[in-house]
Design a protein around this ligand. Sequence first.
Ligand code: CTP
Length: 444
Amino acid sequence: MQGKHILLGVTGGIAAYKSADLVRRLIEQGAEVQVVMTRGAQQFVTTTTFQALSGRPVRTDLWDSAAEAAMGHIELARWADLVLIAPASADFIARLAHGLADDLLSTLCLATAAPLAVVPAMNQQMWSHAATQANVAVLARRGVQLLGPAVGDQACGEIGPGRMLEPLQIVAQVAALLPERGPLQGRRVLVTAGPTRECIDPVRFVSNRSSGKMGFAVAQAMREAGAEVVLVTGPVCLETPPGVRRVDVESSEQMHTAVQHELPGTAIFVGTAAVADYRPLACAEQKIKKRSDSLTLEMTRTTDVLAQVSACPAASRPFVVGFAAETQEVEQHAREKLLAKNLDLIAANEVGHTKAFDADENSLLILWRGGRLELPRASKLSLARSLTRLIIERLLSQPLAVGASVAAPAPSAVAVPSAVAAPSAVAASSAVAAPARATVTARN
Ligand code: CTP
């Protein structure tokens, strides 16, 4: 966080007193903090407190001519590397969701190009209210990072979700949100994750057992390496890694559309999603009734998202990484996919029963033209970090496409750790497991 500019917005809530400590903690990490308070916030803590802790005059008013003459609100919006709202009241979240700009803080939120992180703090009923949840969903769709809330005792005596995260928890998450100076700084990485759902009728779909954990781990590892990361994911129950922009989709068709939309400027594409290969030819408008003893579903091929990315013109083609989920002859099938889809790298794993899908650990066999590497069983995050380092190494050994042109990082930043460099003793198993079945699942 050294030298980073954090614009801390404090809104009206009892948790505002914790933000005084938050300022100290951010400054301890080397950040410069400019506090902006709403009128409501000043009912709970004085500007003097924040001024003393931050070492900067606190800004409160859009119409303060002296302050505007020193650093106008647009300059302030440009100054920020991150805008952090803590605590964020239900009212402020609503105003943010509607794009209002009727005070200094809401105006800054509209005027900044910096990432925006919101730390909600409110009564648990207010947090659970449909209006607040709808506003929060709007913000999440826009790429606003929501930190918390925590669940527990509240100042009002109630218990439930709505507590502001503790300052140290906020600092840990903020560190991951700030653009890193890693080897992938300035590069855009697009990751697909999770399963897709292919509609049968309004209440049923065809899907698979993918949990999305590997893709989320890859997104986190890429972000840690300094990349701007976009994660296009099917339906999963996972928290978005800090600093990663998430795009939620449901069907293979939606995933294809989202990937095509996000692709321009992408330097690295990693397809970890278990995209359905077939979808029902038609999605019935009404629930299908059980009128006969058997039912035949006619299916049609979906678009291969990965192959489409790989086939884009050389000038804009990213470095393309695929995953191969196999139940047998892992290496042979993976190598066939590497060639058939013209990939730069493929990470193969054995799936089926308790293997890989939905597990927290995995092992990977990584193949590229003229090379192979086995990564032994480890947590998916650890594997994702090793894979990321290998991708960086391979990427730098190739001529870069237009979208990927960024100065090469210092050699130390791309050093391949022993986990990647040393050939592993664990071979990818060729044991035959039962195929991962497509499941026909009712939504309720
Ligand atoms: N993939 C994709 N779009 C599809 C199918 C697969 O992007 N419609 C991608 C996956 O994200 C993965 C790679 O292709 O990176 C391989 O997926 P996998 O399911 O292992 O293989 P398939 O190509 O679908 O072939 P098969 O099912 O015959 O093994």
